[in-house]
Write a protein that binds this ligand. Structure first.
Ligand code: GSH
Length: 197
């Protein structure tokens, strides 16, 4: 698989973890650099990562890429959803949390403090509401049942927020610390921690 992305993005990391779990080899085109960014823009009008080229297809969006991988390769050691629609709700919520925190991060990176206007606090309040809700939706993590897409996406979101200091995830330590410790030790997760490259 040819994967366009960065080593910081929580969306790209989700795909990298699933690829590792399913033994799908990939070449990462690093879109943090000008050359990789130009290559991305040549294949996707969205200009967002991840994008994957595999099996003769070009796929935009982490959820679509993960869907393709699990549909064509099976779930391997990952846990298939027991309730697809409940899992879709949880994944949508986690994506909304990431997107809100990313808006805050992007504005700060441009030198603007979004907390000085209602937009900023509203994003972080949304993240808090989502994590509180997600905590009630996820069953206690049981390694014997395997790692599910919701849990791994949640850990990608939390790790990215810590990495970028985009949201104080320690507010949810009681709900998520055990899950993060258990999943964080898994090689696919441990080797894909966010880093600038
Ligand atoms: N729904 C998309 C979201 C992808 C996304 O927002 N990626 C970010 C990086 S974490 C991006 O490429 N942002 C570039 C931009 O907004 O210009 C997915 O799941 O792949």
């Amino acid at each position: 698989m040819k994967l366009y992305g960065t080593t910081t993005s929580p969306f790209v990391r989700r795909v990298r973890i699933v690829a590792a779990e399913l033994d799908v080899a990939y070449d990462l085109i690093n879109t943090a650099h000008d050359d990789g960014q130009a290559q991305l823009r040549a294949v996707s009008p969205i200009w967002k990562v991840p994008v994957a080229e595999l099996d003769g297809r070009t796929l935009f969006d982490s959820r679509v890429i993960v869907d393709w991988l699990t549909t064509t390769r099976g779930y391997g050691p990952l846990r298939a959803p027991r309730d697809r629609w409940q899992e879709a709700n949880v994944l949508n919520a986690i994506d909304a949390a990431i997107e809100s925190a990313i808006q805050v991060f992007y504005l700060r990176r441009e030198g603007f403090d979004p907390m000085t206007i209602p937009f900023g606090p509203r994003q972080l309040e949304r993240v808090a509401a989502i994590f509180e809700w997600v905590a009630g939706e996820l069953p206690a993590y049981d390694p014997a049942r395997g790692l599910g897409l919701a849990e791994l996406s949640l850990v990608c979101a939390l790790d990215w927020m810590d990495f970028r200091q985009a949201y104080p995830t320690e507010k949810h330590a009681e709900d998520f610390a055990a899950l993060r410790a258990a999943i964080g030790a898994r090689p696919s997760v441990a080797t894909t921690r966010p880093m600038v490259s």
